[in-house]
Ligand binder design. Structure first.
Ligand code: PMP
Length: 435
């Protein structure tokens, strides 16, 4: 009941009685919460901070630095998840922290969405555009990946005057109602019906389905590597056929690089290795170096649609907040000037090569997005729990319950690869012996 102050022991007992979560609940982890004494913060967290699963992981964060997150009991966790592909430069990169501090002292919110001229936004947009093909020269800053998706769908409808939208089966594009409408998993989305009308699904990597895209289609949105489906890269021929079909039918191609962007797959953006160019590119997650920000990038002509007839086509109070963009600018400078992106493939290969265990069925990778499929889906939960207990953070996938996810910061060194994979192998062995 609201306002009720539950006794800590009672709460702990209640927690112990709860059933172990199933993988389909996309749980966080059960064990750590069970094992720890309930601190005051923990009890207040459970009571007052909204959660999205019955069993939150509940690591009480003390601080984070580089490759590690530390809890309030002094336990150190090697981050092999990056908060799902966010902390690509690790935690609290000193240059990013400095940029945030400097900007916070200079000005914070004044007015965004292209009204005031704010130097972090201008410098960022110009720098980003200089790394992208000619048609991607205008940046609309938003707060998150989902908001970038929403704005892109709006833009596609306005530009084409069409309503039909295609997305791929087992894609994930965000949690707001428009983004959620793109999900093919009706068992999930039916709880939120009615979703946006006009959405249809095609099977990813199946060229024969592309003929369903016609002159009635406003846009096709897809990820170059399907992340939540368990790391499924698009084939070269598929993405080229996608781009050709979109061109032929006047359909806008929206590439969601929210998870694949900023070097994670071994190039600044994954599409750059496919010989295609989207009409709209969506970015977020690692963009802000740990600060919340996203953007859609398109041609100046396309983006002008938000400014005219009617004006204010998409507006957002905080999108492109100068402190976040200062962090994003520092992050982009680091990624462009250091060799982290060039090292992605070698580091990925080292991790993949070291992951040899009878419980492992296969390992799929796209740079430092790695999906490890087990021989027994029923053991994924145990392996994730055991790995976290060993002090290495890994994660689940939304739509692949046979695999666990590895997505470490790009800054990881050989010593972290050895530490992380040793701990993972130990976790696998423990689960193997106790199965
Ligand atoms: N698209 C993809 C591919 C994603 O992975 C995510 C987030 N997991 C989103 C969109 C939504 O981003 P956000 O959570 O910032 O709204």
């Amino acid at each position: 009941m609201r306002g009720e102050n539950k006794d800590q022991n009672q709460m702990k007992n209640d927690l112990m009685k709860l059933p172990r979560p199933t993988i389909s609940e996309m749980t966080w982890v059960w064990l750590p919460l069970q094992q720890k004494e309930m601190s005051g913060k923990r009890a207040l967290f459970l009571q007052h901070v909204a959660q999205t699963s019955g069993m939150p992981l509940g690591i009480e964060v003390s601080h984070a630095s580089g490759m590690y997150i530390y809890d309030t009991r002094g336990k150190k966790y090697l981050d092999f998840d990056s908060g799902i592909s966010v902390s690509s430069l690790g935690h609290c990169h000193p240059i990013v922290v400095k940029a945030v501090q400097r900007q916070a002292e200079t000005y914070m919110h004044t007015m965004v969405y292209g009204e005031h001229i704010q130097s972090p936004q201008v410098d960022y947009a110009a720098l980003l555009a200089s790394t992208l093909p000619h048609g991607l020269d205008s940046v609309y800053f938003v707060n998150s990946g989902s908001e970038a998706v929403e704005a892109a769908l709006k833009l596609a409808r306005k530009v084409t005057g069409r309503t039909e939208i295609f997305s791929c089966a087992r894609a994930y594009h965000g949690s707001t109602i428009g983004a959620e409408s793109l999900r093919s998993d009706y068992d999930f989305s039916r709880h939120y019906f009615p979703t946006v009308p006009g959405v249809r699904h095609i099977v990813f990597n199946d060229i024969s389905q592309l003929e369903r895209i016609t002159e009635k289609t406003a846009c096709l949105i897809l990820e170059p590597v399907q992340a939540e489906a368990g790391i499924i890269p698009a084939t070269q021929t598929y993405l080229q056929a996608v781009a050709a079909r979109c061109k032929e039918t006047g359909t806008l191609l929206i590439l969601d690089e929210i998870q694949t962007g900023f070097g994670r797959t071994g190039s600044l953006f994954a599409f750059q290795r496919y010989g295609i160019c989207p009409d709209i590119l969506l970015i977020a997650k690692a963009m802000g170096g740990g600060m919340p920000v996203g953007a859609l990038v398109a041609s100046h002509a396309l983006m002008q649609q938000f400014a005219h007839n009617p004006a204010l086509g998409h507006i957002t109070t905080f999108g492109g907040h100068p402190v976040c963009i200062a962090a994003a600018l520092a992050t982009l400078h680091i990624l462009l000037n250091e060799t982290y992106i060039q090292e992605v493939e070698t580091k990925s290969q080292m991790i993949v090569d070291r992951l040899q265990h009878p419980l492992i069925q296969s390992v799929r990778s796209a740079g430092l997005m790695i999906g490890v499929e087990l021989t027994d889906a029923g053991l994924v939960n145990n392996v994730v729990n055991e790995a976290i207990a060993q002090g290495v953070l890994i994660d689940y996938f939304l739509f692949d319950d046979r695999s666990f996810r590895i997505a470490p910061p790009l800054i990881l060194g050989e010593e972290h690869i050895i530490e992380g994979t040793d701990k993972l192998l130990h976790a696998l062995e423990t689960v193997y012996k106790n199965r």
